[in-house]
Design a protein around this ligand. Structure first.
Ligand code: URA
Length: 256
């Protein structure tokens, strides 16, 4: 039970939100000893419950009304994009400690990729955001062992052939470094920074696109997901709820 669960909700509120009774009547049910939490009768009105707690009224299980929740996380490297990991590695859900509802990542970022990740319990939105037919753009900042010539950029823009088929044309912008060889005077293999925008979501797609044209990605960060960007404001490992406007924008992008 969650008496010490700071982030939990008051039992009478949860019962009322679940449609069991009005708030006042829910309090009476509790006082009358008709409510159990994880099998234990609870009569204290201040009791807080977390999402994991099992609530029953008169022996009948209460289905909690969770509502839809949306978050944006700045995923650090060395965290797995999954709700659980058999190998016990830190997951993105582990990072969202104060979130009482179960939310799931929309798509995935590799273990060694950082950046913006949406988590929600809105299944229909998740499905559509991940489907390439809706064309939701994702922008990645890519640190690559250069020098990267014009031809390489052109190949990415045209689409490159991977083992699971040719990629759709990408938008590519050079952030640092240039193709005229000036970097070569400084270093043999300069690190260059590019921004690449794609709307597909294949496994390790950006890394594989660069590998296919002969380059190694040294570091990869997602800096935009649809209309969501967060330059320097969301610290690594931090998350925040999406605003109503951001939710509306995301949903309308995919016809919801
Ligand atoms: N492309 C990759 O290679 N890795 C990611 O995590 C996302 C896109």
């Amino acid at each position: 039970m969650a008496q010490d669960n700071e982030g939990g909700e008051r039992l009478q509120k949860v019962l009322a939100q679940a449609g069991v009774a009005s708030r006042r009547h829910a309090e009476q049910l509790i006082v009358d000893g008709r409510v159990t939490v994880n099998g234990n009768t609870v009569t204290a009105l201040g009791t807080k419950v977390g999402i994991q707690d099992r609530i029953e009224v008169d022996g009948q299980s209460v289905q909690r009304a969770e509502g839809l929740h949306y978050y944006l996380l700045n995923k650090p490297v060395s965290v797995i994009t999954s709700a659980s990991d058999p190998q016990g590695r830190l997951t993105v859900v582990d990072l969202m400690r104060d979130v009482q509802v179960r939310v799931y990542p929309v798509g995935r970022l590799d273990y060694d990729t950082s950046g913006l990740l949406v988590l929600t319990n809105d299944g229909e939105l998740t499905h559509r955001l991940m489907h390439p037919s809706y064309g939701v753009e994702k922008t990645y900042r890519v640190w690559v062992q250069g020098p990267v010539g014009i031809n390489a950029l052109e190949s990415l823009r045209q689409g490159v052939l991977l083992e699971d088929g040719k990629t759709a044309p990408a938008k590519v912008v050079r952030v640092s470094g240039n193709s005229n060889g000036s970097n070569l005077k400084l270093k043999k293999d300069p690190l260059e920074i590019l921004e690449v925008t794609i709307h597909e979501g294949r496994n390790r797609q950006v890394r594989r696109m660069f590998a296919a044209i002969g380059y190694t990605v040294v570091k990869l960060e997602r800096i935009r997901f649809g209309s969501l960007t967060e330059e320097n404001t969301l610290l690594s490992g931090a998350y925040r709820p999406l605003s109503i406007r951001e939710i509306k924008d995301l949903r309308s992008k995919v016809g919801l």
